[in-house]
Design a binder for this molecule. Structure first.
Ligand code: SF4
Ligand code: SF4
Length: 199
């Protein structure tokens, strides 16, 4: 398995075949994803959470995108246009595909091989990840903060009451004001509040 860095060159491309959007149910969302996707779809956060997300049973406080049909196609796949329905704001897992982080902190990846085609041209990993809107660079730090928070908080959730867990969930995912510009800072503040509640 070759480890790729941001400056590595790899054969990467997309023929819009939808293979990466079926057999899902594992696309995880950060609170920032929830805010951005809700805004993109013109929905309130509550509406988006209800219609498009499921909670992971064994991973309290983690959310995934729902699926549809026997093929477990991602609920946000745009059947009509044959592409991701939220491309500019898609979650990190989808941003990286077919690359998988070996060590996200250090920007080390490997190619899962799930989408390898001879006709793809070699491009820099950095270019693949960032696309046209710098989505990887803009979101990597907050994504790392979320992962670190989950690692810290999960063991502490074992013994808290259902009511308290629900309170934490609502603070983390629903306590946002779209009129205020900095959603990342709102998310950071919500994380701090939850840490205080749980400790
Ligand atoms: S990234 Fe790969 S699997 Fe996904 S739609 Fe493009 S070609 Fe298909
Ligand atoms: S968010 Fe978009 S790219 Fe990701 S699985 Fe769903 S439809 Fe596919």
């Amino acid at each position: 398995m070759d480890i790729l860095t941001l400056n590595s060159k790899e054969k990467l491309g997309c023929i819009m075949c939808d293979k990466c959007c079926i057999y899902r149910g594992d696309i995880r969302l950060t609170p920032l994803n929830v805010c951005k996707i809700s805004k993109f779809l013109n929905l309130s956060i509550k509406e988006f959470l209800k219609e498009y997300t499921d909670r992971l049973e064994n991973n309290k406080l983690e959310l995934v995108l729902k699926t549809k049909g026997n093929l477990k196609q991602c609920i946000l796949y745009d059947e009509k246009n044959k592409k991701c329905g939220i491309h500019p704001v898609k979650p990190m897992q989808c941003v990286m595909f077919p690359l998988v982080p070996e060590n996200l902190k250090r920007d080390y990846f490997y190619n899962s091989g799930e989408c390898k085609m001879e006709e793809f041209k070699e491009i820099k990993v950095k270019k693949w990840l960032n696309g046209n809107n710098n989505i990887y660079s803009k979101n990597k730090k907050i994504c790392m903060e979320w992962i670190e928070f989950l690692e810290y908080i999960q063991p502490k959730l074992e013994n808290i009451s259902k009511e308290k867990l629900e309170e934490c969930y609502e603070i983390l995912f629903e306590n946002y004001d779209f009129k205020k510009v900095n959603l990342k800072n709102q998310m950071r503040n919500n994380i701090k509040t939850v840490i205080d509640i749980v400790k």
